[in-house]
Design a protein around this ligand. Structure first.
Ligand code: ZN
Length: 220
Protein backbone atom coordinates (compact mmCIF):
# COMPACT_ATOMS: atom_id res chain seq x y z
CA UNK A 1 0.00 0.00 0.00
CA UNK A 2 1.33 3.44 -0.96
CA UNK A 3 -1.13 6.00 0.34
CA UNK A 4 -4.06 6.61 2.68
CA UNK A 5 -6.47 9.30 1.51
CA UNK A 6 -8.60 11.26 3.94
CA UNK A 7 -11.98 11.12 2.20
CA UNK A 8 -14.86 13.28 3.39
CA UNK A 9 -17.13 12.98 0.37
CA UNK A 10 -16.54 16.58 -0.71
CA UNK A 11 -14.99 18.03 -3.87
CA UNK A 12 -11.44 18.34 -2.52
CA UNK A 13 -11.05 14.88 -1.05
CA UNK A 14 -12.79 13.19 -4.00
CA UNK A 15 -10.44 14.91 -6.45
CA UNK A 16 -7.41 13.98 -4.37
CA UNK A 17 -8.58 10.35 -4.25
CA UNK A 18 -8.86 10.29 -8.04
CA UNK A 19 -5.40 11.83 -8.35
CA UNK A 20 -3.85 9.25 -6.01
CA UNK A 21 -5.55 6.40 -7.88
CA UNK A 22 -4.21 7.76 -11.15
CA UNK A 23 -0.70 7.92 -9.70
CA UNK A 24 -0.54 4.59 -7.88
CA UNK A 25 -3.51 2.49 -9.04
CA UNK A 26 -6.54 1.68 -6.90
CA UNK A 27 -4.93 -1.34 -5.22
CA UNK A 28 -2.16 0.81 -3.75
CA UNK A 29 -4.58 3.34 -2.28
CA UNK A 30 -6.75 3.16 0.85
CA UNK A 31 -9.39 5.64 2.01
CA UNK A 32 -10.29 6.76 5.52
CA UNK A 33 -13.51 8.58 6.41
CA UNK A 34 -14.17 10.15 9.79
CA UNK A 35 -17.54 10.49 11.44
CA UNK A 36 -17.79 13.09 14.17
CA UNK A 37 -21.49 13.92 14.51
CA UNK A 38 -21.50 15.97 11.32
CA UNK A 39 -24.88 17.47 10.59
CA UNK A 40 -25.15 15.40 7.47
CA UNK A 41 -24.69 11.68 7.18
CA UNK A 42 -25.06 12.08 3.40
CA UNK A 43 -21.35 13.06 3.19
CA UNK A 44 -20.33 9.70 4.62
CA UNK A 45 -22.66 7.88 2.26
CA UNK A 46 -21.09 9.66 -0.72
CA UNK A 47 -17.59 8.98 0.56
CA UNK A 48 -18.51 5.30 0.42
CA UNK A 49 -19.83 5.63 -3.13
CA UNK A 50 -16.81 7.62 -4.31
CA UNK A 51 -14.31 5.07 -3.03
CA UNK A 52 -16.24 2.35 -4.87
CA UNK A 53 -16.43 4.45 -8.01
CA UNK A 54 -12.65 4.89 -8.09
CA UNK A 55 -12.11 1.18 -7.35
CA UNK A 56 -10.67 1.67 -3.86
CA UNK A 57 -11.63 -1.37 -1.82
CA UNK A 58 -9.79 -0.69 1.40
CA UNK A 59 -11.99 1.95 3.06
CA UNK A 60 -11.99 2.52 6.79
CA UNK A 61 -14.73 4.42 8.65
CA UNK A 62 -13.49 5.83 11.93
CA UNK A 63 -15.69 7.34 14.57
CA UNK A 64 -14.55 10.49 16.37
CA UNK A 65 -17.89 10.80 18.09
CA UNK A 66 -16.34 12.23 21.23
CA UNK A 67 -15.81 15.45 19.30
CA UNK A 68 -19.16 16.98 20.15
CA UNK A 69 -18.35 16.57 23.84
CA UNK A 70 -15.19 18.71 23.61
CA UNK A 71 -16.23 21.49 21.23
CA UNK A 72 -19.20 23.27 19.71
CA UNK A 73 -19.65 24.46 16.17
CA UNK A 74 -22.20 24.99 13.46
CA UNK A 75 -21.09 21.98 11.47
CA UNK A 76 -22.10 19.60 14.23
CA UNK A 77 -25.02 21.41 15.80
CA UNK A 78 -28.16 22.05 13.81
CA UNK A 79 -29.29 25.08 15.79
CA UNK A 80 -26.21 27.20 15.10
CA UNK A 81 -26.04 29.30 11.96
CA UNK A 82 -22.97 29.16 9.72
CA UNK A 83 -21.53 32.64 9.44
CA UNK A 84 -18.30 34.54 9.90
CA UNK A 85 -17.10 34.89 13.50
CA UNK A 86 -16.48 38.56 14.29
CA UNK A 87 -12.78 39.38 14.65
CA UNK A 88 -11.70 35.91 13.46
CA UNK A 89 -10.66 34.45 10.12
CA UNK A 90 -12.93 31.45 10.76
CA UNK A 91 -16.62 30.90 10.19
CA UNK A 92 -18.74 29.26 12.92
CA UNK A 93 -18.43 25.96 11.05
CA UNK A 94 -14.82 25.51 12.19
CA UNK A 95 -14.30 22.15 13.92
CA UNK A 96 -11.36 23.06 16.14
CA UNK A 97 -8.27 20.96 15.48
CA UNK A 98 -10.11 18.46 13.31
CA UNK A 99 -7.26 17.91 10.86
CA UNK A 100 -4.89 17.15 13.69
CA UNK A 101 -7.00 14.15 14.71
CA UNK A 102 -7.62 13.16 11.10
CA UNK A 103 -3.97 13.18 10.06
CA UNK A 104 -2.69 11.41 13.13
CA UNK A 105 -5.34 8.68 12.90
CA UNK A 106 -4.77 8.27 9.17
CA UNK A 107 -1.01 8.03 9.74
CA UNK A 108 -1.34 5.37 12.43
CA UNK A 109 -3.44 3.32 10.02
CA UNK A 110 -1.04 4.03 7.14
CA UNK A 111 1.83 2.63 9.18
CA UNK A 112 -0.17 -0.52 9.85
CA UNK A 113 -0.75 -0.88 6.10
CA UNK A 114 2.91 -0.19 5.31
CA UNK A 115 2.05 3.10 3.54
CA UNK A 116 4.15 6.22 3.95
CA UNK A 117 1.83 8.80 2.40
CA UNK A 118 -1.29 10.39 3.84
CA UNK A 119 -3.20 12.65 1.47
CA UNK A 120 -5.52 15.46 2.44
CA UNK A 121 -7.45 17.91 0.27
CA UNK A 122 -6.80 20.97 2.45
CA UNK A 123 -5.92 24.30 0.86
CA UNK A 124 -4.90 27.70 2.10
CA UNK A 125 -5.47 29.44 -1.24
CA UNK A 126 -9.03 30.70 -1.27
CA UNK A 127 -10.67 28.80 1.53
CA UNK A 128 -12.34 29.65 4.77
CA UNK A 129 -9.27 30.47 6.83
CA UNK A 130 -9.26 27.41 9.08
CA UNK A 131 -5.84 27.36 10.80
CA UNK A 132 -5.47 23.57 10.52
CA UNK A 133 -5.68 23.80 6.71
CA UNK A 134 -2.57 25.93 6.40
CA UNK A 135 0.78 24.69 5.17
CA UNK A 136 2.48 25.83 8.37
CA UNK A 137 0.27 23.49 10.39
CA UNK A 138 0.64 20.57 7.96
CA UNK A 139 4.45 20.76 8.08
CA UNK A 140 4.45 20.88 11.85
CA UNK A 141 1.96 18.00 12.08
CA UNK A 142 4.05 15.87 9.73
CA UNK A 143 7.08 16.38 11.90
CA UNK A 144 5.13 15.53 15.06
CA UNK A 145 3.66 12.39 13.53
CA UNK A 146 7.11 11.21 12.38
CA UNK A 147 8.38 11.62 15.91
CA UNK A 148 5.35 9.93 17.40
CA UNK A 149 5.40 6.91 15.08
CA UNK A 150 9.01 6.65 14.00
CA UNK A 151 7.66 6.16 10.52
CA UNK A 152 8.54 8.37 7.50
CA UNK A 153 5.02 9.71 6.92
CA UNK A 154 4.65 12.28 4.19
CA UNK A 155 1.51 14.38 4.31
CA UNK A 156 0.60 15.09 0.70
CA UNK A 157 -1.51 18.19 0.03
CA UNK A 158 -2.01 18.46 -3.73
CA UNK A 159 -4.34 21.48 -3.47
CA UNK A 160 -2.50 23.52 -0.85
CA UNK A 161 -1.87 26.40 -3.25
CA UNK A 162 -4.61 25.73 -5.77
CA UNK A 163 -7.75 27.80 -6.14
CA UNK A 164 -11.14 26.13 -6.52
CA UNK A 165 -11.12 27.05 -10.22
CA UNK A 166 -7.78 25.25 -10.68
CA UNK A 167 -9.17 22.27 -8.82
CA UNK A 168 -12.13 22.09 -11.18
CA UNK A 169 -9.73 22.27 -14.12
CA UNK A 170 -7.78 19.35 -12.65
CA UNK A 171 -10.97 17.30 -12.30
CA UNK A 172 -11.65 18.05 -15.95
CA UNK A 173 -8.14 16.89 -16.91
CA UNK A 174 -8.61 13.69 -14.92
CA UNK A 175 -11.88 13.03 -16.77
CA UNK A 176 -13.93 13.08 -13.57
CA UNK A 177 -15.62 16.47 -13.88
CA UNK A 178 -19.14 15.05 -13.89
CA UNK A 179 -18.48 12.83 -10.90
CA UNK A 180 -17.15 15.76 -8.89
CA UNK A 181 -20.01 17.95 -10.06
CA UNK A 182 -22.82 15.57 -9.25
CA UNK A 183 -21.60 13.02 -6.72
CA UNK A 184 -19.80 15.02 -4.06
CA UNK A 185 -21.21 16.91 -1.07
CA UNK A 186 -19.53 20.20 -0.19
CA UNK A 187 -22.61 22.11 1.01
CA UNK A 188 -22.89 22.86 4.73
CA UNK A 189 -26.60 22.11 4.38
CA UNK A 190 -25.83 18.63 3.13
CA UNK A 191 -27.24 19.09 -0.38
CA UNK A 192 -25.57 17.04 -3.10
CA UNK A 193 -23.73 18.54 -6.10
CA UNK A 194 -24.36 22.26 -6.59
CA UNK A 195 -25.78 22.36 -3.05
CA UNK A 196 -27.95 25.07 -1.54
CA UNK A 197 -25.97 27.75 -3.36
CA UNK A 198 -26.10 30.04 -0.32
CA UNK A 199 -23.77 28.72 2.37
CA UNK A 200 -20.06 29.75 2.34
CA UNK A 201 -18.95 26.32 1.06
CA UNK A 202 -21.40 26.43 -1.85
CA UNK A 203 -20.49 29.99 -2.76
CA UNK A 204 -16.80 29.12 -2.89
CA UNK A 205 -17.38 25.93 -4.87
CA UNK A 206 -19.80 27.52 -7.34
CA UNK A 207 -17.74 30.68 -7.85
CA UNK A 208 -14.70 28.47 -8.60
CA UNK A 209 -16.77 26.46 -11.04
CA UNK A 210 -17.92 29.56 -12.90
CA UNK A 211 -14.34 30.85 -13.05
CA UNK A 212 -13.16 27.48 -14.41
CA UNK A 213 -15.89 27.46 -17.08
CA UNK A 214 -15.13 30.98 -18.26
CA UNK A 215 -11.40 30.24 -18.46
CA UNK A 216 -12.04 27.03 -20.39
CA UNK A 217 -14.29 28.92 -22.78
CA UNK A 218 -11.69 31.61 -23.42
CA UNK A 219 -9.02 28.97 -24.11
CA UNK A 220 -11.10 27.25 -26.78
ZN1 ZN B 1 -24.69 25.06 0.63
Amino acid sequence: MKAVIVLSGGQDSATSLALAVKRYGAKEVAAITFTYSQRHAIEVEYARKLAKRFGVENHNFVSLDFYSSITENALMSKDRAIKKIKGSSCPTSVVEGRNSFFLLSASVWAKKLGATEVWTGVSEADYSGYPDCREKFIKSQQRTIRLALEWPIKIVTPFMHMTKAQEWALADELGILEIIENETVTCYNGILGKGCGKCPACRLRNAGYREFLSKRKSQR
